[in-house]
Design a protein around this ligand. Sequence first.
Ligand SMILES: NC(=O)c1ccc[n+]([C@@H]2O[C@H](COP(=O)([O-])OP(=O)(O)OC[C@H]3O[C@@H](n4cnc5c(N)ncnc54)[C@H](OP(=O)(O)O)[C@@H]3O)[C@@H](O)[C@H]2O)c1
Length: 339
Amino acid sequence: MYTAAENRYESMPYRRCGNSGLKLPAISFGLWHNFGDDTPHATKRAMCQTAFDLGITHFDLANNYGPPPGSAETAFGEILKSDFKPYRDEMIISSKAGYDMWGGPYGEWGSRKYLIASCDQSLKRMGLDYVDIFYSHRFDPETPLEETMMALDHIVRSGRALYVGISSYNTQRTREAHAILKELGTPCLIHQPSYNILNRWVETDGLKDALSELGMGSIAFVPLAQGLLTNKYLNGIPAGSRAAQDKSLHPSVVEKAIESVKKLNEMAQARGQTLAQMAIAWVLRGGGITSALIGASKPSQIVDCVGAINNLDFTPAELATIDAISEEKSINLWAKSSE
Ligand SMILES: NC(=O)c1ccc[n+]([C@@H]2O[C@H](COP(=O)([O-])OP(=O)(O)OC[C@H]3O[C@@H](n4cnc5c(N)ncnc54)[C@H](OP(=O)(O)O)[C@@H]3O)[C@@H](O)[C@H]2O)c1
């Protein structure tokens, strides 16, 4: 029987999500990797418990997380039932639909048919009456944006979600989606873009500025560049790591970036932080991003990452050095979706 740590709200900062009434933890936890059938249930459970004990109230999922697709939501549903039932009202649980989920013409992208059916499937897998945030996972170039946004509006009005968001939409599409949802009377709460020291498209595209202007919140996924911005790959590619498994991080990406990563690691050491902590602090610097959305393969990584909150400040000289290093390398696996 799990009992949450009594001191869980003592250190984590909770930051307002845009102009909304909702606050998110500075660090949120995502279940993209290491929550499928290839990971022992005890490890998944331990990670969720560690996260919650450290004040991480926000857990991010999607219909297709696994493998196989859907299994992360099923596993999370079991953990909710066994451990988190008394804490449901202390949690922000999100899911998404947009990527390939089932066969035929209604199993991906942004139609009303797909989004509503997928949301119902996600709720069933997790054993929930509603999710706190439901996202359009990617912009659909073939479906009218009005249809996708009307589906999100319906998902809120029918009680399936409390808030809605969009992921990997570029600045122009974000402005359009925001305007349609505003007209419909369901605010666009949040944008979920990829963002880290080696991937700064949200700055060059103007998205970060647009989100502040629109009063939308933001949650940056892959703040650690899938583990590249940690001490994990400094001495090669360790067995069992994401790059060794060649899941979504190709070893060539590690090779391309490792010299820059080593320079960043030296800076983190000089700041008295681990590289993971510095990478998260950098994403959160200045308050422009509401939350950094990390992943993990073991509980100790979550403990390390949450240590980032002890030093979120950077000197101008540190920022300039990071800028110079970011310019050398640029890795954005999600560029296509935001084109
Ligand atoms: N909206 C979208 O399209 C989209 C796309 C991708 C992700 N996301 C969301 O973002 C979440 C995070 O993605 P991500 O897992 O790629 O993010 P990430 O935080 O950049 O990378 C997580 C990986 O870094 C390594 N790691 C984490 N902490 C570490 C530490 N302290 N020391 C050493 N290594 C550490 C682990 O790699 P190993 O597994 O190798 O140990 C872990 O699996 C996902 O779960 C999902 O919720 C959304």
